[in-house]
Design a protein around this ligand. Sequence first.
Ligand SMILES: [Fe+2]
Ligand SMILES: [Fe+2]
Length: 271
Amino acid sequence: MKWERRLEKKFSKFPLEVKERYAEEFDHYLKSNDHGLPHAANVYGKVLEILDRFSVEEIREMDIDIERLEAMCIFHDAGRFLVPVESAPNYAKRKRKGQILHEYAGALLAEIFGYNHPIIREGILRHDYFSQDFDPGKKPPVSIEAQIIRAADKTSVDPADEIERYDEYRRKFKFPLFNRDTPTEFRLDWNFSFKRDSRTDQLCYFFAVLALRPENFIHPVLQEYYRDWSQQKKEAVDKILEIVRKDQGDGAADIVDCQIAAYLKARGISF
Ligand SMILES: [Fe+2]
Ligand SMILES: [Fe+2]
């Protein structure tokens, strides 16, 4: 693949001390299941599954380009790891302070490796878009390729494993799993702008996965694809309860069980 050759070439040009600095971060990227290369590979697998749902004529008519999709898979979350210190020192500093979103770092990385097509940029910048409810004020991806990446990213593994992946990320940052004082009303109104609210816990993020619907995708093929993936969301609920039970015991799991039921009922979701 072109990106592999470019990555190798770029990396080989770095002086030794820079290589060493990058090596640790690179190793983390290569191994991390939550947002590293294994995740990028899973997203790519899903991209291929989605493309299978389109006819050859449709792919040609919509001008879907596999190489652009490959680049989006590799770089969409790479900005969480491979901050391009050498190419943009100030940028990297701001990234470490949390002032730069990983989407922008990813788009910059892609550009550095020669992938500067506007669709690649759009796909990387908008891949994390959730829905109108959860991302008010944000723009959804418009091009079909950017829509495909978003759908593949949301479904890179089965629903229960997606919950596990979210939890792996939570544990990395020691974020609270379940806050008993957070009212169900707050959970029902919750969106990503409440990220830093003290009532926000990991359950808010888990619930967002449960709440996403096929109608939140624009293209009918992607709606159908997401509907099929959602059929295993019951297992995701079981996984949430398993995580809570392990972390806080049976009593907490029972409370969460009731809260999930109330949340889904209020949103009119059943699976
Ligand atoms: Fe992301
Ligand atoms: Fe991702």
